[in-house]
Design a binder for this molecule. Structure first.
Ligand SMILES: CC(C)(COP(=O)(O)OP(=O)(O)OC[C@H]1O[C@@H](n2cnc3c(N)ncnc32)[C@H](O)[C@@H]1OP(=O)(O)O)[C@@H](O)C(=O)NCCC(=O)NCCSC(=O)C[C@@](O)(CC(=O)O)C(=O)O
Ligand SMILES: [Mg+2]
Length: 292
């Protein structure tokens, strides 16, 4: 999910070429107070461009307790935004408030009620502690994201992913559990040093293993390495197909558990193999004999 500063007209008009899964037009911290009105107008116009017809675009509005929130929301809902990312979410009440405001604006602008989705960004101790309540606060919720820089400040520490990421471990686990309870997506923090691909990939390996669905990005150069790292390897796909084939054979003879290459295979391992195959399909992973 690639952040694009809403005040940058050139980037708003070229960002579709980079192949991010989601683009996220930003009205919050990448836009200076002087540029808030211009950015809101630019994002409103960009959302209406035929380039984005049928593509689910995310907009990060300013936080609920700012003087910009109400105008931001009206500008993006009136232009048909698909997903609103709400920053600085500390509790479920904020999500319920956004849900109600969206309902009113959908009515005003003739959108189908309930179709605008919410992505909550947790950037504080309160947000992390209330993550389950936040993630389950509305049927509009499509995801929850962690924001490291504001969170680190709230925790009286600093964030430098390249140096050490242990200070994020609790928050990452908390929002992941909340996302899984709510059955929504979970997005990891940005990696600010866009030239440090090695450090970026180290962090990506950690979040992939924890179970994140993706990551907020700040630069198009981070998209391909992230996609490659999240795609299963051809060897993993090959093995997944063999696991599924072994499971089919086992079922034919009425066995719930079998061995493949000396390793036990049972229901969760078979389910994981199906997931690997689905991921390979969406990632276009090649295996021997072509794309499977
Ligand atoms: C990072 C850098 C300065 C590097 O500049 P560089 O000059 O090195 O970029 P280059 O690599 O040279 O660019 C190569 C080509 O891509 C174009 N291009 C670059 N970036 C593009 C882009 N984003 N969208 C479209 N196009 C882009 C560029 O125009 C060029 O095009 P071309 O000339 O044609 O080749 C730049 O990327 C940038 O400003 N990024 C956006 C930063 C941003 O949005 N921050 C706010 C979100 S974080 C936050 O708020 C904290 C948070 O809240 C987080 C949370 O909530 O999760 C928390 O608390 O933690
Ligand atoms: Mg922030």
């Amino acid at each position: 999910m690639l952040f694009v500063p809403g005040s940058n007209a050139a980037w708003l008009s070229t960002v579709q070429v980079y192949g991010a899964d989601y683009v996220m037009f930003d009205l919050e911290d990448s836009v200076s107070v002087r540029e808030k009105d211009t950015a809101r107008l630019l994002v409103h116009e960009a959302l209406k461009s035929p380039v984005w017809a049928g593509v689910p675009v995310v907009v990060r509005v300013n936080a609920i307790n700012t003087p910009f929130f109400r105008d931001d929301l009206e500008a993006v809902v009136s232009a048909g935004v698909a997903i609103v990312r709400l920053p600085m979410v500390t509790d479920a009440q904020m999500i319920r408030h956004l849900d109600a405001e969206l309902g009113v604006l959908e009515g005003k602008y003739g959108s189908v009620p309930g179709t605008t989705r919410i992505l909550a960004a947790v950037e504080s101790a309160s947000g992390v502690v209330n993550a389950v309540a936040i993630a389950t606060a509305s049927p509009r919720m499509m995801g929850i994201a962690l924001a490291a820089y504001d969170y680190a400040m709230d925790m009286h520490t600093t964030h430098d992913a390249a140096a050490d990421e242990s200070q994020l471990f609790f928050a990452r686990c908390a929002i992941l559990h909340a996302a899984r309870v709510a059955k929504i997506h979970c997005y990891d923090v940005i990696y600010a040093d866009v030239n440090d691909t090695e450090g970026f990939l180290r962090e990506v390996a950690v979040i992939k293993k924890l179970g994140f669905d993706g990551k907020s990005l700040v630069n198009p150069r981070q998209i391909e390495p992230l996609h490659n790292a999240f795609a299963p390897t051809p060897e993993e796909v090959e093995r997944a197909h063999r696991v599924v084939a072994a499971a089919v054979e086992a079922e034919k003879v009425g066995m719930g558990v079998v061995a493949l290459d000396g390793k036990m295979i049972d229901a969760p391992i078979i389910a994981a193999a199906h997931r690997t195959i689905r991921l390979a399909q969406v990632s276009g992973v090649q295996v021997a004999g072509g794309v499977r």
